[in-house]
Design a protein around this ligand. Structure first.
Ligand code: FES
Length: 129
């Protein structure tokens, strides 16, 4: 009969019974989801910017930055899980960078801001916190 229990079975049985049983009050009080938050909408229109070729830019993806359309680091506190999109234009150019944060061609505006879910949304207002 012992031959039916393999070494792996012993490991599994051992692991199963050694798990501590935490009382409900000791359960972790953190959100275990790994999904990043949705971005907020700082603007329903794109930002026209002059970009310098070879310079590195960080486009805000969370919508919380006060330096739209660029990142100011606000995502670290207000939108953990979202990160700026870094890009380097090849040459000096003018560009329309997305302000609604829902473009399908980041960091550039692709007209998504004209869709109903953006048009009917309330733009995010920056707070001091
Ligand atoms: S501003 Fe976001 S797609 Fe145009």
């Amino acid at each position: 009969m012992n031959s039916l229990v393999t070494k792996l079975d012993h490991m599994w049985i051992s692991f199963t019974f050694r798990q501590p049983r935490l009382p409900a009050t000791a359960a972790p009080k953190v959100q275990l989801s790994t999904l990043p938050p949705d971005p907020v909408i700082p603007s329903k229109k794109p930002f026209k910017v002059e970009l310098v070729g070879g310079k590195r830019y960080s486009w805000c993806t969370c919508g919380q930055s006060r330096k739209q359309p660029f990142c100011d680091g606000a995502h670290k506190l207000k939108a953990p899980g979202l990160f700026p999109l870094r890009f380097v234009p090849e040459k000096d150019t003018s560009a329309w960078l997305c302000g609604c944060k829902y473009t399908n061609n980041p960091p550039y505006c692709d007209g998504t801001h004209k869709q109903d879910f953006i048009v009917s949304a309330t733009p995010h207002e920056q707070s001091d916190s």
